[in-house]
Design a protein around this ligand. Sequence first.
Ligand code: DON
Length: 593
Amino acid sequence: MPAVCVAAGLALVLAAQGCHSSATHGAPAPASQHAAAGGAASAIPARAAATFPADWRFAAGKPATIAAHAMIASNSELASEAGVEVLRKGGNAVDAAVAVGFALAVTLPEAGNIGGGGFMVIRMADGRSAAFDYREVAPLAATATMYAHSDGTTGTESVVGPLAVGVPGAVAGLAAASKTFGRLPLREVMAPAIRLARDGFVADSAFSLSVAHARGRIAPYAGASVFLPYGEAPAPGTRFTQPALARTLALIASDGPDAFYHGPIADAIAEEMRNDGGIITREDLARYTAVRRVPLASTYRGYTLYTMPPPSSGGVTIIEALNILETYPSLPPFGTAAYAHELTDAFQRAFIDRNGKLGDPAFVEVPVARLTGKPYAHEVRSTMADHAQPTSRLATTVPEGSQTTHYSVVDADGNAVATTTTLNDLYGSGVFVRGAGFFLNDEMDDFAAHPGLPNQFGLVEGPQNAIAPGKRMLSSMAPTIVLDPGGQLFLVTGGRGGPRIITSTAEVILNTIDYHMDLADALAAPRIHHQAIPDQLRYERNGLTQAVRDSLAAMGYTLGEGQATGTCAAVMRVPGGYAGAVDPRATGGAAGY
Ligand code: DON
């Protein structure tokens, strides 16, 4: 049953002075009691027209999805609707987030998963907050040099095949969140996912193309018989069923996470590892635990952020970058050279710290308080100049030596959940647990798997993120919840895209807070990216005007077109309810009621 949504219809698209602009979207109804996000609503900060470069690929002013009571935005419309179904059954935002997580494992197998891991940040309307860390861990037999070849070369074992797999955490994390904050039993919350796997869904062209593009990853392993029957991806318009996955999900629904970590699913994973030459054992699975953590809390221009602590680098890096930007009384106009310069320098400095200082807090000391403190931002700011400074000169602390999906949920009480989950690459390592029906991640590559060398995202990290048995690999995932200066829910966001998650999420936050864009514009706006190494300011094609690029080059920046952005999915409080939107660069959709 499709969700009832009302698209904001009053958006105007103006072509003024060579730019796309948008007027603030109209909302369907006056502020209702439901929009109060758990109490008397504070005034919602007003939105303003967005201005993008003339030849930017997305017009400003597209409507978001609007609903009065609750909203979910994810990379699969079917998964968003699964979450709404659970909300309508009396579930809260956490129930819905767990339902979306399991549904994504069915409808978005490139990234949604039970064979990977993720992070969930929760902010309940009564003020409680929590973070669930269900990041994968290195198997007990892993070593810091496990990917080094004896002849000194490196290969692809950290990204493809059984050695790339970290011990999966998704089932433990989703179950822990459900048990701690949910209202409904797991079996009810998982019902839509089980149905989608058992009865199937109609493949659309995005699904079909995704599988076809990943043929090389999928074909060598057991998933080929499910995803490439007769050697081809399911054609658009055909019904795609996953009976083995339906049985696995039903087992988890009835027996809980023990079925996955101690029972028949653990047997199937261990068996698959033995068959394919992997190192994860029954003991690895039996030892796995999700960790409940305290979210990082910070402020930015009077707004409050709740975000993910280590082993995510996402929260620390976003907070550090925003703190640096907050040292400016206001930001320059959007898209100008001054804007790109200030953001780039903040990102570059924050990534220098990210790459060298962050890791799993259970194994290494992580200076979270210092890096996220306001005084540190002022220290960093005092070393900035009016021109580019090379990372090699700044990064005295850096030692020498895709696939993910984000979803955002708000329920009718104003409880909010931001979740990012990943297999790392599309379809993870390619390894598929036969009989159980799911892919296993290639998260081991998120460690400094080849010390001193870049990983697949170009990140160069140090010993803080070295491989050790039982250790969680550093992540860029950054599920984040923002409250407005009145303490009411404002924004739930996060994204996919490796290190670009951090810059994309930060830019969506800046677009909504500093540039007052409405949600769809905030997601459609052109983005820039800098991750310290490579020392390059990346921009999206036509996202910066030629004049701005010339000015930045004159300031000493090395510019690179492409690989500048992740993709986000977000929910924002608006008059009369909530807006939900998915990045126009990505698949998926928002649903609410
Ligand atoms: O945890 C991380 O940082 C990565 N495994 C995320 C990978 C990712 O976002 C790939 N998606 N495009």
